[in-house]
Design a protein around this ligand. Structure first.
Ligand code: IPE
Ligand code: IPE
Ligand code: MG
Length: 245
C-alpha cells in the first residue's frame, strides 16, 4: 500500500474482473453488445478514477482464454470493441501519462489485433503514470503452464537444475514479472469466483465482490471497493502487526 496526500492508504495494484455486461443489457431488454459498449464507458471512467486516486497499477480482465467458447457473433463484437477502444482511446491514455501493458497469449490472435496491442505498448512505454494492464486472451493456468514450459526448456538444455526451481524463479517467468501482486481483486456482477484470473498472483490478494454489473461501475463504486479493502486485515500467514520487536 502507499500513502496518498490525504494520508489514506491506497492499494498499489487493483485488479478488476469486469463482469455482468450481458446481464446489464438483458435487464434492459437490450442486445448483449450494448452491455459491452457501456462496459467500455465504465472502463474509461475507472481508468481516470484510478489515475486520480494514485493507484500505481490497474489490471483489467477484458477477454479470457475461455471466452472463445461464446457464440461467434459475440466474439466478433468483443474484438471490434477492443479494436475501437485502442484506436479511439490510445491517444488520450498516452496524453494522461498511462502506460499500457498486455498480458495473455498473443500467438493465437489475428495479426491486426496483435499489432494494435503492440502499438499501445510501444507508444506508452515511456509513461510513468498509471500502469494499465489489459488481460486479453488471458488465462492464469495457461500463463503458469507457459512459465513452467520455459523453465523446463532451461532444465532440458542443462542451463538450470530442477532443484533450483522455487516459487520466486517461476514467478519471474510469468507475463509481467516486474509488477507487484494485486492487493485487491474486485469482481462485479455478484459472481464470487476468479474464473482463471491471476491465480498465482492472487495468493494473498483481498477479494471484493460487488453486486452491480460492470456497466454501472464508476468512481464511487471503485472508492467504496477500496474502502472495503482498507477494512480488511492482511496477515500473509503471519500474525497481526505488532509494535516493538
Ligand atoms: C463481461 O460481461 C465481459 C466479458 C466476459 C468479455 P459478460 O459478457 O460476462 O456478462 P454476463 O456475465 O453474461 O452478464
Ligand atoms: C470472466 O468473466 C472473464 C472476463 C471478465 C473477461 P466470465 O463471464 O467469462 O466468467 P464466468 O464464465 O462467469 O466464470
Ligand atoms: Mg460473465
Amino acid at each position: 500500500m502507499q500513502a496518498t496526500r490525504d494520508g489514506f492508504e491506497m492499494p498499489r495494484h487493483v485488479a478488476i474482473i469486469m463482469d455482468g455486461n450481458g446481464r446489464w443489457a438483458a435487464a434492459r431488454g437490450l442486445p448483449r453488445v450494448e452491455g459491452h459498449r457501456r462496459g467500455v464507458e465504465a472502463l474509461r471512467k475507472t481508468v481516470r478514477a484510478a489515475s486520480d486516486l494514485g493507484i500505481a497499477v490497474l489490471t483489467i480482465f477484458s477477454f479470457s482464454s475461455e471466452n472463445w467458447s461464446r457464440p461467434q457473433s459475440e466474439i466478433r463484437d468483443l474484438l471490434a470493441l477492443l479494436r475501437r477502444f485502442i484506436r479511439n482511446d490510445l491517444a488520450d491514455l498516452h496524453k494522461s501519462n498511462v502506460r499500457v501493458r498486455i498480458i495473455g497469449e498473443r500467438d493465437d490472435l489475428s495479426g491486426d489485433i496483435r499489432s494494435l496491442l503492440e502499438e499501445a505498448e510501444d507508444l506508452t512505454r515511456g509513461n510513468d503514470g498509471l500502469v494499465l494492464v489489459v488481460a486479453f486472451n488471458y488465462g492464469a493456468r495457461q500463463e503458469i503452464a507457459r512459465a513452467a514450459r520455459r523453465l523446463a526448456i532451461e532444465v532440458a538444455a542443462g542451463r538450470l537444475s530442477a532443484e533450483a526451481i522455487t516459487p520466486e524463479l517461476l514467478a519471474r517467468q510469468l507475463d509481467l514479472p516486474d509488477l507487484p501482486d494485486p492487493d485487491v481483486i474486485i469482481r462485479t456482477s455478484g459472481e464470487q469466483r476468479l474464473s482463471n484470473f491471476l491465480l498465482w498472483q492472487a495468493a494473498y490478494s483481498e477479494l471484493v465482490f460487488v453486486p452491480i454489473n460492470w456497466p454501472d461501475f464508476d468512481r464511487a463504486t471503485l472508492e467504496s471497493a477500496i474502502a472495503e479493502y482498507r477494512r480488511r486485515e492482511r496477515r500473509f500467514g503471519g500474525l497481526i502487526a505488532q509494535t516493538g520487536s
